[in-house]
Design a protein around this ligand. Structure first.
Ligand code: G3I
Length: 370
């Protein structure tokens, strides 16, 4: 396994800089870049590959040495898959549990990689106690308290937060077609400005991201989602609400097709609003693809290439993150198990940490210029 990572890293280093620096020098280069300027903001020069990262699990990092080595060796950024969600970090009223989130921040620091925050205002992963929030004042007090507590704890350590996650309903009519949650019930659409302004006030240097999914496909529902998102972004801008970037989750579902024109028009609007773009949760839901591994991996990679190709023609994403690094740890089988009983293969490395064609596609687009 070590040999694989070492040779892969050497290959990547050679491809990027024309020099075979090896692991030690590469780590030093990474460290220097991080010390001078956070990578999420430095990815402007075409000569520097777009930073790559993955969602990670604290439990697996602690128990699986090969996983830990793969993450530290391949990723420039990590994001907690669950450890900073309300259910994990704020399980009961007045009780914060930071152990797992702290462990990830420490891991990132020790590995000289960056960590993003995920997520502060979401309808999902809310602990049961939040449903008891009785009125507007109480809901606002708890939302603000949560953001102040969590964001201030990691101020200076987390340069980019998914402040708002998945605000739109599945098939929105307009910008106010927002997903039901305790925040919507008690605060209405105002929960968005409250969350964004609070985060900005607590950590003025962190980049504020609105993260959304199902924005890239062909079909009326996806077109409606793109329209509503643009309206929502304009609404926030008109009201002078701080926001720096849009995260395209990019959970690509094999069988759907990428609406290249629709996606590119959305990206043009985002750029026009002077917002950055990040790809935050890329993976390919492969449950309906043929079982044969070679064929399936090829189709997974081809779909990702169509998506990344469309994006990179319009904008250079500030980062490309996949929702997990290895098929060993992915959310996909929980929701999209294959009927043939074969394991899902949604991510860049297989369950034995062997790079798949998806890995090569990501490497290719990290180095493409707009
Ligand atoms: O922690 C409990 C554990 O104690 C229990 O034994 C186990 C039994 O099912 O459940 C564990 O909690 C699960 C948790 O993941 C940790 O593994 C929850 O049931 C499960 O719902 C939760 O799923 C996560 C989901 O978000 C909801 O928070 C997925 O791992 C995670 O990949 C997924 O991530 C989301 C992003 O945040 C937003 N975009 C979509 C993406 C994929 O759905």
């Amino acid at each position: 396994m070590t040999t694989l990572f070492t040779s892969r890293r050497k290959f990547l280093t050679t491809a990027a800089g024309g020099l075979s620096l090896g692991l030690t020098s590469m780590a030093a280069t990474k460290r220097a870049a991080f010390a001078v300027q956070p990578m999420l903001r430095a990815a402007t020069a075409d000569s520097v590959p777009i930073p790559y990262g993955a969602a990670v699990r604290a439990g697996a990092l602690a128990s699986d040495a090969a996983y830990r080595a793969a993450i530290a060796s391949i990723c420039q950024i990590i994001v907690p898959e669950g450890e900073m969600k309300w259910s994990d970090i704020h399980p009961s009223r007045g009780e914060y549990r930071f152990e797992n989130a702290d462990a990830l921040v420490d891991f990132a620091r020790q590995s000289h990689i960056e960590i993003r925050g995920h997520t502060l205002a979401w309808y999902g992963a809310l602990p049961a106690w939040t449903s008891e929030l009785a009125d507007r004042a109480e809901a606002e007090r708890e939302l603000v308290d949560h953001i102040e507590t969590v964001v201030s704890r990691y101020r200076g350590a987390i340069p980019s937060w998914d402040v708002v996650n998945e605000p739109l309903v599945d098939w929105p009519v307009d910008k106010f077609s927002l997903r039901p949650s305790i925040w919507m019930k008690r605060l209405g659409a105002e929960y968005l400005p409250i969350a964004l302004r609070t985060t900005a006030a607590v950590d003025p240097d962190t980049r504020l991201v609105l993260n959304e999914y199902d924005l890239e496909f062909s079909g009326a529902r996806f077109a409606a989602r793109r329209r509503a998102l643009v309206q929502l972004l304009r609404w926030l801008r008109e009201r002078d609400v701080p926001l720096h970037a849009v995260g395209l989750q990019a959970h690509l579902v094999a069988g759907r097709s990428i609406d290249r024109d629709g996606l590119q028009a959305l990206l043009a609007e985002i750029v026009d609003l002077r917002l950055d773009v990040l790809i935050t949760e890329l993976d390919v839901v492969d449950y309906e693809l043929p079982g044969k591994i070679g064929e399936r991996d090829g189709l997974v990679a081809a779909l990702a290439a169509r998506f990344l190709g469309a994006v990179c023609e319009v904008v250079r994403p500030k980062a490309i993150l996949t929702w997990g690094l290895t098929d060993r740890y992915s959310w996909v089988p929980t929701y999209f198990k294959r009927a043939d009983g074969m394991p899902n293969r949604p991510l860049p490395l297989d369950a034995e940490f062997k790079p798949k064609p998806l890995f090569d596609v990501i490497e290719e687009y990290r180095r493409k210029s707009v």
